[in-house]
Ligand binder design. Structure first.
Ligand SMILES: Cc1cc2nc3c(=O)[nH]c(=O)nc-3n(C[C@H](O)[C@H](O)[C@H](O)COP(=O)(O)OP(=O)(O)OC[C@H]3O[C@@H](n4cnc5c(N)ncnc54)[C@H](O)[C@@H]3O)c2cc1C
Length: 603
């Protein structure tokens, strides 16, 4: 069976030591009560819930899948009961406003909940997970009536929300959306059209589903400038907040998919369904970015989840499975053969998984800390700066961490040899479940274009300059000239990181220069550039973790092995993974000619 143990020691190391999270919480009066005891309690209780309730129904959920009958979707056995316990525990609204019956804790805590729930059972986590973006969108852009009608039930988890963007003819290019919204005399709209691939679009966990739908008015401008955003409930809500009639919409089918089989992926048909405008007309896509940014960070976490879950299965297997002898002599002479963990190639796979899981975790928790700052900041200029930084990091987190999550899942399967291909062990499920993460919420290609086209070139490299300044500042304060106590120990990280960051700046400038003459340069470079940026960003977090682990070791802590393993994993990352940027540097800088010269017919 797929097992899960919440990696609480690592989570606390990142929060407390790397991110200095309690000094950060102290800055904000809203987070006055967030102290180590409270956070420890949340981590422990959430971990217990995920280990006991969600992990045991992960494989059974995959096997059983969702079923569709007469427009209704039934989730696999145990999903409903686990969901009930989840909402009774108040987990859904943990980081949402008290005003709407949330617990008002910082988003950085919400992200940890999302990670634990998602690692234990990604398919199950999509039902409450999609709802988070709906809540954020209504909080940020909805009028008071929308907030009062929907937020409390969503925060409690009694209702769920969905994100309805995709239509049969369009996914990446939302300018092609055809769903129509006709204004009614009472201020509502009649929404008509077909949406496909809607996660949690129909299911039996909650009594109402609140769809957040992109549609256009008949006279709206063409393309993305003519898209508006609507709340379309599955069941209409009366003025006294009770449930009314069913809205005019249906679920005509669910998809038969490669993975995440326990997550319902619905085709929804809206047929003059009653909808309510969010914000202003024709600004829907901008509002939807609130949803998409929440969801993109959520999917970046899926990269960490896939990696962690695969690692947690493959590590004990590698310690038990016997095969041949270590090349450097018997390591376990009393055994008939050595366990496969002695072999360098197996170690490389395991360390790659560990580096991805822990490095990715640090990256997404850092994003969580930024989200806290964004919500709490009262100064418009500061807010813009934080928003820009989060905007810059989001495609890197989403694109890079999901690609690495898939890699880690595959490596986990490889550690199992042929047994990894057999369902019983669950590794093939992790591989199948992880594969969607690079596709939905904007493919890696779209993340690459967002990063290079919008966040770097359109903003003239400003956010890159700000972020690299921070990394170089870290390098400076831990370099040989810094006078820092651990400078010699840090030298092996600081020098390659500094060099990589300076090259990152330099190559970005060259690409910008070349793109002035030929726009295909952007398309050619974008995915490689995204991965390149990801490896350097992750190196920053590994260097920070190594530095904190060195500091801890100097204090003679109890769990010495944990800190030693941190430094050793950082060394592995810098020696075995960061050098991947060398290949990417080459491929992202070549002339697009060899890519573009072939005509469609010549392919
Ligand atoms: C299981 C599942 C769950 C989903 N959940 C939801 C959901 O809840 N809500 C929702 O609205 N949608 C959802 N989706 C849809 C998903 O977000 C889209 O499938 C995804 O955004 C890609 O769109 P597409 O499938 O239309 O691919 P396309 O846009 O047709 O892209 C096909 C290929 O072309 C590339 N491409 C496209 N345009 C460009 C370009 N300009 N430059 C370079 N390359 C380009 C893409 O990277 C991709 O490789 C889900 C999909 C699946 C499979």
């Amino acid at each position: 069976m797929l097992h899960y143990n919440a990696p609480i020691t690592d989570m606390k190391f990142i929060l407390e030591d790397v991110l200095d999270i309690y000094s950060h919480y102290e800055k904000y009066s809203d987070y006055e009560e967030v102290n180590p005891e409270l956070v420890d309690m949340i981590l422990t209780e959430c971990g217990k819930f995920c280990e006991a309730e969600l992990a045991p129904i992960n494989q059974s959920g995959d096997k059983e899948g969702c079923t569709w009958k007469d427009g209704k979707v039934t989730t696999p056995t145990g999903f409903k009961e686990a969901y009930q316990k989840y909402i009774e525990g108040g987990w859904q609204g943990i980081a949402h406003p008290v005003e709407f019956e949330g617990q008002g804790l910082p988003p950085s805590i919400g992200i940890i909940r999302t990670e634990m729930v998602g690692t234990a059972n990604w398919s199950w986590s999509m039902y409450p997970g999609l709802s988070l973006g709906a809540m954020d969108t209504i909080i940020e852009h909805g009028c008071e009536t929308l907030k009062n009608t929907y937020l409390t039930k969503l925060t409690q988890g009694v209702w769920n929300g969905t994100m309805c963007l995709t239509e049969p003819q369009c996914g990446s290019d939302l300018g092609l959306i055809k769903t129509r919204a006709i204004p009614m005399d009472d201020g509502s709209y009649e929404v008509t059209g077909s949406k496909m691939f809607i996660s949690a679009g129909e299911h039996d966990l909650v009594e109402n589903i609140i769809h957040i739908v992109l549609a256009r008015l008949p006279d709206a401008p063409k393309g993305t400038r003519g898209i508006s955003l609507f709340v379309v409930p599955k069941i209409l809500v009366n003025e006294d907040s009770s449930l009314g009639d069913a809205n005019s919409m249906s679920c005509s089918s669910i998809e038969d998919k490669m993975g995440i089989k326990a997550s319902s992926t619905a085709v929804l048909n809206f047929d003059n369904a009653k909808g309510y405008l969010i914000g202003e007309l024709n600004k829907g896509l901008a509002y939807m970015f609130t949803y998409m940014n929440t969801a993109r960070i959520g999917i970046a976490i899926q990269g960490v989840c896939s990696s962690e879950l695969a690692y947690q299965q493959s590590l004990p297997y590698a310690k038990e499975r016997l095969s041949m002898r270590s090349l450097s002599g018997k390591k376990f002479p009393d055994n008939e053969a050595d366990p496969i963990i002695v072999h360098p190639d197996v170690r490389k796979m395991l360390l790659t998984q560990k580096a991805i899981s822990e490095g990715g975790r640090a990256m997404v928790y850092y994003a969580g800390k930024l989200k806290d700052e964004l919500i709490q900041s009262n100064n418009e200029q500061d807010k813009m700066k934080i928003d820009d930084k989060l905007g810059f990091l989001t495609p890197i987190l989403k694109g890079f961490l999901t690609e690495l999550g898939v890699e880690s899942a595959n490596r986990g399967m490889q550690v199992f040899g042929g047994h990894g291909y057999i369902k019983e062990w669950g590794l093939e499920q992790i591989v199948r479940d992880s594969r969607i993460s690079t596709l939905y919420e904007g493919t890696t290609g779209i993340q690459g274009l967002d990063l290079l086209g919008r966040k770097i070139l359109l903003e003239k490299g400003k956010t890159l300059r700000d972020f690299t300044k921070e990394v170089l500042g870290f390098c400076k304060s831990h370099s040989l000239i810094s006078g820092n106590k651990h400078k010699y120990k840090m030298n092996k990280f600081i020098w390659p990181l500094t060099k990589a960051v300076l090259n990152w700046q330099r190559y970005s400038l060259i690409i910008a220069f070349k793109a002035r003459k030929n726009r295909d340069v952007i398309g050619l470079a974008s995915v490689d550039y995204l991965m390149y940026s990801g490896y350097i960003t992750m190196a920053y977090f590994w260097a920070m973790m190594a530095q904190k682990a060195n500091e801890k070791l100097a204090m003679n802590p109890e769990n010495i092995d944990f800190y030693k393993a941190k430094i050793q994993t950082a060394e592995f990352y810098f020696e075995q993974m960061l050098p991947r940027i060398k290949g990417l540097e080459k491929t992202m800088m070549v002339d697009p000619k060899s890519l573009m010269q072939m005509t469609s017919e010549q392919f």
